[in-house]
Design a protein around this ligand. Structure first.
Ligand SMILES: Nc1nc2c(ncn2[C@@H]2O[C@H](COP(=O)(O)OP(=O)(O)OP(=O)(O)O)[C@@H](O)[C@H]2O)c(=O)[nH]1
Length: 291
């Protein structure tokens, strides 16, 4: 398997080419590796403190052992959040939100395709009526994934009415899951939040909203988190999707983002292809991160 951009392998290659026994330099190198990977100072410090304690308590002296302990520490922290998508309602409604360009539409295409492999009947709704190109982009993904789509009947149609029509169709035609694409950009943040609240209110006349997924671009790392606040505060977010992890050196962001928001990562995007979306498995992720 090719090395992932966010893997620690390189940092560990340096550590492993040095002395096999843990020295002060090992701790310095580990701290730099954690900070470079965007764990953020607080999480990095807390992991280092925990490892120092454990190393002392168990009288560990070898770097190989430290690596195993790091992997376990990261896995434990990642696993404190439940990554399961809750889709038991019929139809299960998934609202996908986030600022523009983070990968909402792409994620919906990949997610629809993934859920289809479980024989689910899916409809997507193009409630991003702000840009005509966004509707076309979603239509292309829907076709590739082999799922139905509800489009606006005229340009600029109220997003809430497109969302309503999508759920209406899901109910009438017996779709298992409806996924709603929303706009990422409006003149003001307040306007965007009001619009999302309205979309939600209108959907809930027909069906409960099962998941509100906030999409975050991993390449922006902790800097991108500021934009997330408003969504978390106002949109009732139930889970996070991290996209573009394939181009990111910020593997530590995965843990930092869960700790900072208190929300679980439910899906991870690692490429532009239709198959480049997976669920989030702490064990696998910690393995790939630490090596
Ligand atoms: N490398 C990589 N690129 C991605 C991933 N997810 C999305 N992209 C790319 O990111 C760009 C933006 O994706 P969109 O799906 O259009 O983003 P959006 O959030 O719907 O954007 P708006 O409709 O403008 O709000 C596209 O070029 C995608 O191909 C990913 O996991 N990895």
């Amino acid at each position: 398997m090719s090395e992932r951009s966010w893997s620690f392998s390189k940092a560990f290659r340096n550590l492993f080419s040095g002395p096999e026994l843990i020295t002060e330099e090992t701790w310095d190198d580990l701290e730099s590796a954690l900070l470079t990977a965007d764990f953020g100072p607080e999480v990095a410090e807390s992991i280092l403190d925990q490892l120092r304690d454990d190393v002392e308590r168990h009288r560990v002296s070898e770097v190989v052992e430290l690596r195993r302990m790091l992997r376990d520490a990261i896995e434990d922290r990642l696993a404190a959040f439940d990554p399961t998508l809750r889709l038991s309602e019929r139809p299960a409604v998934i609202l996908v939100v986030g600022v523009n360009g983070v990968g909402k539409t792409t994620t919906i295409g990949k997610l629809a395709n993934y859920l289809r492999t479980f024989d689910k009947r899916i409809v997507v709704g193009a409630a991003d009526t702000f840009r005509a190109a966004a509707v076309e982009q979603l239509a292309t993904w829907a076709e590739r994934a082999g799922v139905d789509i509800v489009r606006p009947q005229q340009p600029g149609q109220d997003p809430a009415s497109v969302a309503f029509q999508t759920i209406e169709r899901a109910v009438q035609e017996g779709h298992d899951i409806a996924i709603i694409d929303t706009a990422g950009r409006l003149q003001t943040k307040g306007g965007l939040m009001d619009e999302l609240a309205k979309v939600r209110r209108v959907i809930e006349k027909l069906a409960p909203v099962s998941e509100v997924l906030l999409v975050l671009d991993a390449t922006t790392g902790q800097n991108g988190l500021a934009q997330a606040d408003a969504f978390i505060e106002h949109a009732g977010v139930t889970g996070l999707v991290l996209t573009k992890l394939d181009g990111s050196a910020k593997g530590g962001f995965v843990l930092a983002v869960q700790q900072k928001t208190g929300l679980p990562i439910k899906l991870v995007g690692q490429g532009e292809g239709i198959a480049d979306l997976t669920g989030f498995t702490p064990h696998v992720f910690a393995q790939q991160l630490v090596g």
